[in-house]
Design a protein around this ligand. Sequence first.
Ligand SMILES: [Zn+2]
Length: 106
Amino acid sequence: MTAEQRVLIEAQDVIGFEFECPHCNGRFFVPIGNFDMIRTACPNCREQWFKVQGGADHLLVNDVLDGFKRLVKIDAPLGVKIKFQISEGALNGCERKTGSTEKGSN
Ligand SMILES: [Zn+2]
């Protein structure tokens, strides 16, 4: 017998976005309902997160997060259930690291 574990979340399970600065490791949580636009610089150490406000990467991140917010807030039920599959490692607290050490604030 083969056992398979899949971890799926629905958009409505997401309550907000956390932004972590790779420079100072400060973490900033924004409830999904309060998300407007991602900052271009860290509010703690002022390190630039995006070179240009409204640049391609800044717009991409904004569009994705704003689209996610709109998906969560959608009133009418969709004709399909959308679920996001996450890795078991993420569930077990094995966050994918980008090279910085865990510190965090907020
Ligand atoms: Zn910072």
